[in-house]
Design a protein. Structure first.
Length: 301
């Protein structure tokens, strides 16, 4: 790794830790939104470094859709036990059972947008005033519009036209009663930055990020893991493929890539040459041109 890359990662790390400490200083009930994906794992690692040798002073929140990869849940539970932090789980299934959310039907049904209700209910129940997440501006065009401190109104909604200026790393956390903030400490990181830092810090990840064999279904050009949550369409077949994941979400919507990259070095080399965006295989983002922004306006991550 060159000195330029090392210094670049140090600057990104310093910026993120500064933002995390600002969250702890400005808010009363902050939390870290944890999906079990590489970005939230990296963010948890940065939070650990920000307050070391003390423990992370705020809980982790995971919104469980019930359609998660088993590897993600197992990794989440092991990490929480290792760090000794509090884990709060919001349940989409509970929201469906109580009539707060309605299950989608059909072969392309997804619980992704149903997370909005569970997330907002969980934040309200625990009186959260700042929820930090691992979103990055390079992931998707709607996320590129976010500030570090992203204001949400009393309904948990986001207005991309009502963003506060952030000059000279000054962050304004003032809010009215009932409002809260989403905060994104790694906004300025790229996918390559994330992987370079994971390699530098030797951060553990779920095995699904590395090349492995899995039964898959190819749907509309997207490679999906075959599971009990997938309803095969006419003409679709299950094929065993060598794949890995670049992003982690629900099993029915998270697209994989064919890959032989089974080490961090190979993954970094692969990313350096790819022409496809990280979320290019996410079926939920393909529903509409503005799918992500529409969800975010309603209160999505």
């Amino acid at each position: 790794m060159s000195n330029y890359v090392i210094n670049h990662l140090k600057e990104l790390e310093s910026e993120a830790i500064f933002v995390i400490r600002e969250i702890a200083a400005q808010f009363e009930n902050p939390v870290l939104l944890f999906s079990g994906g590489k970005d939230s794992i990296l963010l948890t690692h940065l939070a650990k470094k920000a307050f070391y040798p003390a423990k992370i002073p705020f809980p982790l929140i995971h919104i469980d859709t019930g359609h998660n990869f088993p590897e993600t849940i197992a990794f989440r539970d092991a990490l929480v036990e290792k760090l000794g932090v509090k884990l709060i789980v919001g349940s989409v299934q509970e929201a469906i059972d109580t009539g707060r959310a309605k299950e989608e039907t059909g072969a392309d049904a997804s619980r992704n947008s149903l997370q909005i209700v569970s997330l907002l209910d969980t934040l309200e129940a625990h009186k959260v005033d700042a929820a930090m997440g691992g979103a990055r501006r390079d992931e998707e065009k709607a996320r590129a519009k976010e500030r570090f401190f992203s204001h949400r109104d009393e309904f948990g909604q986001w207005d991309p036209k009502n963003q506060r200026p952030e000059l000279w790393n000054l962050f304004n956390g003032r809010k009215n009663y009932g409002e809260h903030f989403r905060v994104f400490p790694i906004s300025n990181w790229t996918e390559m930055d994330v992987w370079e830092y994971i390699k530098q810090e030797n951060i553990d990840l779920p095995s699904l990020y590395f090349s492995h064999q899995r039964d898959c279904v190819v749907r509309d050009g997207v490679i999906l893991a075959n599971s009990e949550f997938i309803k095969l369409k006419e003409g679709e077949t299950v094929e065993n493929m060598t794949i890995r994941y670049r992003t982690c979400g629900d099993m029915p919507i998270t697209g994989a890539v064919e890959s032989e990259a089974d080490t961090l070095e190979k993954i970094i080399e692969e990313i350096a040459t790819t022409r496809t965006t990280e979320r290019g295989g996410r079926a939920d983002d393909k529903r509409a041109e503005t799918a992500m922004e529409d969800r975010k306006k309603q209160g999505y991550f």
